[in-house]
Design a protein around this ligand. Structure first.
Ligand code: M5T
Ligand code: MG
Length: 577
């Protein structure tokens, strides 16, 4: 798919307004173009022949034309602002929607933080371009060509000068665009780099401070900053040569007009008013060329942004959704089967993270998954809500391949507590209600009690209405984890997945949660990923993972006899319980 294709929709929607604005720009430019000719008439006829009535009537005409021009300019400004604002907010909305539809694989490819700049800065750049396109870009060529025609029309003798001036200016423009375009693009890339460094620094500010890595970060920033400075200087240098050389060329032309005109006046061939009007037209040509350059600058920036936005729109969700909704299978009980599942984050051909996984979890059962870090536990449980697609084999829920289940319904039945508790800005109440939108205050409190969170919540002066900062910054790690558990439990799902979510909770509190869960989970399928043996000790079944495969499976007592790895883990943790 072409990167620019996404703009097609807006082109179809706004082309009428675009041409309407163009019509008003044309009126405005025509008014601008008429002025010098009227001035020349006032001088050559009104002043030269001493006719005050003529001066007055032409003056009145000038006022009228100026007013008309101003009116047209205001209208086209209104249209341009309206269209560009609407366009910007629609584009932003569409992009947001697209981002929401992306699969985890897509988002991994795009880098999350850069999505923010695409949604804000990049959309703004394109919006600015649309605005300036409608406001001034049409004016530039109209004014330039119009001035040329009017000047030639006014006095063909003086117009000979244009034969010298125009090609020089055209040459200057072509050179500048050729040399300038890549330079301005480089400035944009350097600016992106500064943004990226700053974003990474801010998101990891605690770690930077903890490791006293200021200097390293500072150097990284300084390097990006210097690069930006270097590139900008290069681009500005070009600009600083371009503008004066065009001005010089035009001014040389004006000198020639004065000289040739002066000779003409002496011999009576040329009138004074013509010279003034001619100089006026030449200044207008200069103005229009400056506008071209301004838009050119806008265009380079917007082009980079359009490409970045296009990249997001180009992503296609590679999940194989079944089109026919009636074919979707319902989920009730929550049995999970992994059948010969293999998986790689990079799709087929990428490094295998899971290999030949076979595992069954029955409703009412609690299945523990244990294994060294990096063994693939998180990857395994993330396949159940279909965050990623398997590369081989099947994941089944209630006996149906999950690709045959409506993903919305599937995820409705699953409550997942991720390894890293993610909370949102808002109150504690809001955060727990994420699990169930219409939950009552009692339900929220009940879920919080199950997760052993109620006590610490009510110890806050504002209780459940305590406001959380972004990502829950004002809570401890264990408090965050307990809120994340409460948010999952309030859902009353068919499948509950706890991904090492008690790692920051002390053993006594964890024991309380386990007791509470015992009853809660008696009806549902519960998967518990853990590093600590104590977490999964009394599970109905424990799967031991090693390097992406399940090497042993059974109850605690069975595993003590059959699995060496399990025994080693138990040994290593003895005395810690
Ligand atoms: C298993 C790789 C990771 C590791 C392997 C989450 C994630 C993991 N990986 C990716 O390439 N991309 C990802 O987004 O997969 O990782 P895991 O499943 O996270 O392992 P774990 O949950 O058993 O480990 P831990 O530390 O949580 O106990 O090779 O590089
Ligand atoms: Mg993990």
């Amino acid at each position: 798919m072409n990167t620019w294709v996404f703009l097609h929709k807006y082109r179809i929607k706004y082309w009428k307004q675009f041409w309407l604005a163009a019509a008003f720009v044309t009126i405005e430019t025509t008014c601008d173009l008429l002025q010098p000719t009227i001035v020349s008439k006032i001088i050559d006829i009104g002043v030269a022949d001493r006719r005050p009535d003529y001066i007055l009537s032409q003056g009145a005409l000038m006022v009228l034309i100026t007013a008309l021009g101003a009116l047209a300019a205001s209208i086209r400004n209104v249209i341009a602002s309206k269209v560009s604002q609407n366009f910007g907010s629609e584009l932003r909305g569409d992009l947001y929607e697209k981002i929401q539809m992306l699969s985890f694989t897509n988002i991994d490819n795009l880098n999350r933080t850069s999505l923010v700049t695409r949604l804000t800065n990049d959309v703004n750049q394109v919006q600015l371009l649309v605005n300036s396109l409608m406001r001034i870009s049409l004016k530039a060529p109209l004014l330039c060509i119009g001035s040329l025609i009017m000047a030639i029309n006014l006095n063909p003798h003086l117009a000979v000068i244009l034969i010298f001036i125009v090609p020089i200016i055209l040459l200057l423009i072509v050179i500048t665009i050729k040399v300038g375009f890549p330079r301005f693009a480089q400035v944009q890339t350097a600016l992106d780099q500064v943004n990226a460094v700053m974003r990474e620094y801010l998101s990891g500010i605690r770690v930077v401070k903890a490791f006293k890595q200021f200097e390293y970060e500072q150097e990284k920033f300084a390097a990006a900053n210097q690069e930006l400075q270097g590139k900008s200087v290069g681009a500005i240098r070009l600009m600083s040569v371009f503008s004066p050389s065009i001005a010089l060329t035009v001014n040389l032309g004006i000198v020639m007009v004065l000289w040739l005109g002066g000779l003409g006046v002496n011999t009576g061939q040329i009138q004074v008013g013509h010279i003034i009007a001619f100089i006026n037209y030449m200044s207008q040509i200069l103005v229009s060329l400056m506008i071209v350059f301004l838009i050119f600058n806008n265009f380079v920036r917007a082009k980079a942004s359009v490409i970045r936005i296009g990249e997001v729109f180009k992503q296609h969700n590679d999940a194989k959704w079944i089109i026919n909704h009636f074919a979707f299978q319902p989920v009730n009980k929550g049995r999970i089967d992994f059948e010969n599942v293999s998986f790689s984050y990079a799709g087929l051909g990428g490094p295998t993270v899971l290999r030949d996984i076979n595992l069954t979890c029955l409703p009412g059962q609690t299945v523990g998954i244990i294994g060294a870090t990096g063994a693939g536990k998180t990857s395994l449980v993330n396949l159940i809500p279909r965050f990623y697609e398997v590369t081989a084999g099947f994941v089944k829920v209630d006996g149906h391949d999950i690709t045959e289940i409506n993903p919305g319904q599937l995820r409705d039945k699953i409550a997942l507590v991720p390894q890293q508790a993610v909370l949102f800005t808002g109150t504690i109440m809001d955060n727990i209600r994420w699990g169930k939108e219409n939950a009552t205050a009692q339900e929220v409190a009940a879920a919080a009690k199950l997760a052993a969170a109620h006590d610490f919540i009510i110890s806050f002066p504002e209780g459940y209405n305590t406001k959380l900062g972004q990502g829950g910054v004002n809570l401890s790690g264990g408090q965050k984890q307990r809120l994340a558990i409460a948010r999952a439990l309030i859902r009353k799902p068919a499948i509950l997945i706890l991904d090492d979510c008690t790692s920051a909770i002390d053993i006594v509190t964890e024991e309380k949660i386990k007791q509470a869960l015992n009853e809660y989970a008696s009806q549902l399928t519960c998967l518990v990923v853990a590093q600590r043996i104590s977490t999964v000790l009394d599970a109905d079944k424990i799967a031991v993972m090693e390097g992406g495969t399940i090497t042993a499976c059974g109850t605690h007592t069975e595993l003590l006899q059959t699995s060496n790895v399990y025994c080693e883990i138990v040994q290593s943790q003895r005395g810690r319980r």
